[in-house]
Ligand binder design. Structure first.
Ligand code: ZN
Length: 318
């Protein structure tokens, strides 16, 4: 089995401070760029020390998983902050023109990460369905049309990533399970996004009720389905048992919504449950979701525990 991360990691506090100073015009673009690069090196070091097999750069440059992409694709504008839940706000994008590929989205991050580490790399990209679902559509005649147009744009990026050497790409689609009635649109979007893309492909889905997307989700054309299990007491494993699960499993076994650090023993027990469903070589052990909201030392310890548990299960298997 392999260990990996979903994507995000807590930003070093000094980076957050430099980014705000940059927005106030108090530090130069050159200093900001150096800070981003140093932050990636720090995050990579944390992942290497924890022993994670397949890593990403912790999404140091991404402040938000929708607007980051929208800002870099022609046809989107960002009006301002919108209240989503409680007192949380996010900069909601709006589609106001034809969506067109403008600039790379993750290729440069991938290339830099490759310079920094010899570890295997996974590139997470927010999926077309989720970006459109979390945006206003003021241009296309239907949501479906907007999703497919964006999927074409993302397809250009995925092809570029593969040309740059990326061999493992993950589409983040948390919105999928919140609109099961639009599953067909999301499925078509994945096919458009990944057509001609010669890489190992995964899809990460968190939130929502998984029972509403089974068994249709098994028909999505990806190699791996990555779900959160820890936050749901591993109850959703029953869905995998109920239907014939033949894909690789991204097995979220670390709760990212609590600062409590799991014990190695309990994570081992969880991994063993997953092994009742998939073979070890089809199992990718990871946290439920990105770790960015946790204190950095907690995120690091959780990764350490996860890797230790996976190693001990492997020894137990032998
Ligand atoms: Zn997630």
């Amino acid at each position: 089995m392999k260990t990996t991360v979903v994507g995000s990691y807590p930003k070093p506090k000094w980076l957050t401070s430099i980014v705000s100073k940059f927005k106030e015009g108090k530090v130069s673009e050159e200093m900001l760029e150096e800070a981003y690069r140093d932050a990636v090196k720090a995050v990579v070091k944390d992942h290497e020390m924890a022993g994670v097999d397949i890593i990403w750069d912790g999404e140091m440059r991404r402040e938000e998983m929708t607007s980051y992409f929208a800002e870099r694709i022609d046809g989107f504008v960002i009006y301002g902050e919108v209240r989503v839940w409680g007192n949380n706000y996010y900069p909601k994008p709006a589609i106001v023109d034809e969506l067109r590929y403008r600039d790379e989205l993750a290729v440069n991050d991938y290339l830099f990460l490759k310079e920094v580490t010899d570890k295997a790399i996974k590139v997470p990209i927010t999926g077309a369905y989720t970006i459109v679902d979390w945006s206003f559509n003021e241009y296309y005649s239907s949501k479906e049309e907007a999703v497919y147009a964006l999927a074409e744009v993302l397809n250009v990026e995925l092809r570029k990533l593969v040309r740059a050497g990326a061999d493992y790409i993950q589409l983040d689609e948390p919105a999928i399970s919140t609109h099961p009635e639009e599953l067909e649109i999301a499925k078509n979007a994945v096919e458009i996004t990944t057509k001609g893309v010669n890489a190992y492909l995964g899809i990460h889905i968190c939130y929502g009720d998984y029972s509403t997307i089974f068994p249709e989700i098994l028909e999505f054309k990806v190699d791996q389905l990555d779900f959160e299990f820890a936050n749901r007491n591993f109850e959703d494993l029953k869905l995998l048992r109920e239907y014939d699960f033949t894909k690789d499993l991204g097995f979220g076994c670390i709760d990212v919504h609590t600062k409590r650090i799991e014990s190695v023993g309990e994570v081992k027990e969880s991994i063993k449950k997953a092994l009742e469903i998939v073979e070890p070589e089809k199992l990718y052990v990871d946290p439920d979701c990105g770790l960015k909201l946790l204190p950095r030392e907690v995120a690091f310890k959780k990764l350490e525990v996860m890797v230790k548990a996976a190693k001990e299960v492997e020894e137990w298997l032998e």
